[in-house]
Design a protein around this ligand. Structure first.
Ligand code: SF4
Ligand code: SF4
Length: 320
């Protein structure tokens, strides 16, 4: 599979401490990826040749503005674009925020996604987010506003209501809040929205390679990934990016999941008498339930290997 995006969750330090944060980030956290190693990975991504984007998140990567900008500039020197996820706290001072974003745009930032909902707005004043939206729109780098919602529907609705008129004409993605990280501890169970049906769930994997702030390399940074051994690909400090990519391609569970979706595995779970819930929040929630279950993974392995072999032979013979 050709990888497209190299993602750095640069730090677990954040300007906020949202009670739904899947990585439990706070202002007191201190993990930060090495700048030199990040640049080395960017160089290697360019050498591999299929990557076209470097994405930054955290925590708040902007808290390390100099490092962020330098990495973006380095990626730009290879023709790669940069994207960023942020809570918009830097919009508190419009002029300063504008200069910061302008600097990042010049360094190669093409898209920024801004998080807005009742949980973020406990820490980031609404006026700062409004400024962040105005600034990024003016600079032509605003891609989406994202919100986490609960079953009571208030989380995203209240903030969206108060963000008028800035939200008009913007792309808004509302995710159900997931029972992972701080959300698993702080949110009552009946507030999680269970909208995902196991048999039709699809893995939303998007050809990314993720570097977590603790140096673990994963195939995805869903709220559940760290609890799913299948997503683990290696270590940032020691492994070459090409080896990480090869590790990705060398796993039958991943191969079958990405080709066939979850139906193969939910059928297998029933056959192996592994209990499933009725519905899940999202596919990644189901993913943790199945592939975070060591007993299921061990019992499923021979079936998955057989299916992967069969699929590879059919592919070789070009049989659909
Ligand atoms: S802004 Fe994002 S990274 Fe920071 S605490 Fe909130 S959810 Fe976590
Ligand atoms: S479904 Fe699983 S493998 Fe796919 S993106 Fe979600 S956590 Fe990752």
């Amino acid at each position: 599979m050709d990888m497209k995006t190299l993602v750095f969750l640069m730090t677990d330090k954040c300007s906020a401490a949202c009670k739904i944060c899947c990585f439990s980030c706070t202002p007191n956290r201190k993990k930060l990826l090495s700048k030199e190693r990040m640049k080395e990975y960017i160089r290697q991504a360019n050498e591999i040749g299929t990557f076209n984007t470097v994405s930054y998140s955290g925590g708040e990567a902007i808290l390390y503005y100099g490092q962020l900008k330098e990495c973006m500039e380095y990626a730009k020197s290879f023709g790669m674009k940069s994207t960023l996820v942020s809570n918009g706290f830097w919009g508190a001072d419009y002029d300063k925020g504008y200069e910061m974003m302008k600097g990042l745009k010049n360094a190669g930032l093409s898209d920024i996604s801004i998080s807005v909902d009742q949980f973020h707005q406990e820490y980031v004043p609404l006026e700062a987010v409004k400024n962040a939206i105005r600034i990024t729109e003016k600079l032509g780098v605003l891609s989406t506003l994202t919100a986490m919602d609960l079953a009571d529907g208030k989380s995203s609705y209240d903030v969206m209501d108060r963000l008028r008129p800035e939200i008009y004409g913007k792309d808004i993605i509302v995710y159900p809040c997931f029972p992972a990280g701080a959300a698993g501890e702080n949110i009552p169970e009946d507030q999680f929205i269970m909208a995902c049906k196991p048999d039709t769930a699809i893995c939303p994997y998007n050809n990314d390679i993720i570097t977590m702030f603790d140096g673990s390399m994963l195939m995805c940074c869903s709220q559940f990934s760290r609890d799913i051994p299948m997503t683990y690909l290696g270590r940032f400090e020691t492994d070459a990016l090409l080896d990480i990519v090869e590790n990705f391609n060398d796993n039958d569970f991943r191969y079958v999941l990405l080709q066939k979706g979850f139906a193969f595995f939910t059928d297998l779970a029933r056959k192996l008498h592994v209990p499933l819930q009725g519905n899940y929040c999202v596919a990644c929630h189901l993913c943790r339930e199945l592939f975070g279950n060591k007993a299921f993974v061990e019992a499923a392995e021979p079936y998955v290997t057989e299916e992967a072999d069969r699929m590879r032979v059919r592919k070789l013979l070009s049989v659909s």
